[in-house]
Ligand binder design. Structure first.
Ligand code: SF4
Length: 112
């Protein structure tokens, strides 16, 4: 134990090695960072291409209910849905996603 004493003392008086995310020192994301996705319901034609290419089944499209459903906790931020969308209705956030305190889904009503 005594051999650890210098390390313990040095660490007690040095700056922390980690950041207090998300409370302090939030860095700008690197170029090309891919974040959470958003749907513009006014552009969406409910083709379902996004749901078909999603590798993690994070998107569901219901033609009957005219709803687009997104499961953020399944999403791996690959961007495949954004690239395949012929209407360019999906965009990806360029900022870090804040930590969530509860799991939830996002349901977007798509107008006629
Ligand atoms: S970014 Fe990738 S994982 Fe997330 S919803 Fe789109 S296709 Fe699915």
């Amino acid at each position: 134990m005594a051999w650890m004493l210098p390390t313990i003392i040095r660490n007690l008086f040095s700056r922390p090695a980690t950041r207090r995310y998300p409370f302090k020192d939030i860095r700008e994301p690197s170029p090309g960072y891919r974040g959470k996705i958003y749907l513009d319901p006014n552009k969406c034609d409910l083709s379902g291409d996004c749901a078909r290419v999603c590798p993690s089944a994070a998107i569901e499209v219901s033609l009957e209910n005219r709803q687009w459903t997104y499961h953020p906790f399944r999403c791996v931020y690959c961007g495949a849905c954004m690239q395949i969308c012929p209407q360019r209705a999906i965009t990806q956030d360029k900022h870090y996603t804040r930590p969530a305190v509860a799991k939830g889904i996002e349901v977007v009503d798509v107008p006629l």
